[in-house]
Design a protein around this ligand. Structure first.
Ligand code: GLN
Length: 231
């Protein structure tokens, strides 16, 4: 059983939970998802953590009351080998945690660098990360949710599994400043780096949880299993 914390800061949290369940089914492992709303939820039991997208400024402000972000960053410093997936605003928080802390992703990231919400877009992304393969979840039957419902046809078409890449959904996305980037690029949009790996911290400027291609969530679970073994 793997225990994954999901930072309930703001933004696309439920989609991440869904994606994690899907990835766990694909890998045939059990996952326990802990919704982290308060500092006390960020326990040493967590094998991995997800920092979802949203609005990073709002997240910082919203978390002040419960010291949630503070607890999350403490947890990351205490357990440097446990994997963390930060998507979009989550990647911003990883690269600029603030509070006088060292960045968890040694990359500079520029917020809203593609423009406004209207300039959000979808485009195929090339993934150069070793991700464990899983059972095929693209068949309609495999997409049933916890209520045993199939997704809207429109929705499954909007987030296809692409043969030639990963369906990158960019929503008011940030951009990595690649000059002097010292972590490993793992996802590319043409020449542009849109995903980086720094040790066990993975930062993506797009939203993998809005697609049915679960390979980044499978990566997280796989890494979590590995770091558990060496514990
Ligand atoms: N624009 C947001 C920010 O700067 C990030 C957008 C997202 O997470 N989709 O925090």
């Amino acid at each position: 059983m793997l225990t994954v914390g999901l930072a309930m800061l703001q933004g696309a949290r439920h989609e991440h939970a869904e994606a994690l369940r899907g990835a766990a089914a694909e890998l045939e492992v059990n996952v326990n998802i802990v919704e982290c709303r308060r500092a006390s939820h960020v326990s040493p039991e967590l094998d991995a953590l997800i920092l979802p997208g949203g609005e990073s400024t709002t997240m910082r402000i919203a978390s002040q009351h419960e010291s949630l972000l503070h607890a999350i960053f403490d947890w990351m410093e205490l357990h440097p080998h446990r994997p963390v997936l930060g998507t979009c605003a989550g990647a911003i928080l990883l690269s600029s945690p603030g509070e006088g802390r060292q960045p968890f992703l040694s990359a500079t990231i520029e917020r809203n660098a593609w423009g406004r919400q209207r300039q959000s877009f979808e485009s195929a992304v090339e993934v150069i990360l070793d991700t464990p393969s899983g059972k095929d979840s693209t068949a309609p039957e495999a997409q049933r949710d916890i209520f045993d419902h199939l997704p809207l046809e429109m929705q499954s078409q909007a987030a296809p599994v692409l043969d030639d890449g990963f369906p990158g959904v960019f929503i008011r996305a940030p951009r990595f400043v690649t000059n002097g980037l010292s972590c490993t690029p793992v996802a590319m949009l043409g020449e542009e780096v849109v995903g980086v790996l720094d040790g066990t911290k993975l930062g993506l400027t797009f939203h993998p949880e809005l697609t049915i291609d679960r390979r980044f969530h499978r990566w997280l679970l796989h890494q979590a299993g590995q770091s558990k073994e060496v514990k």
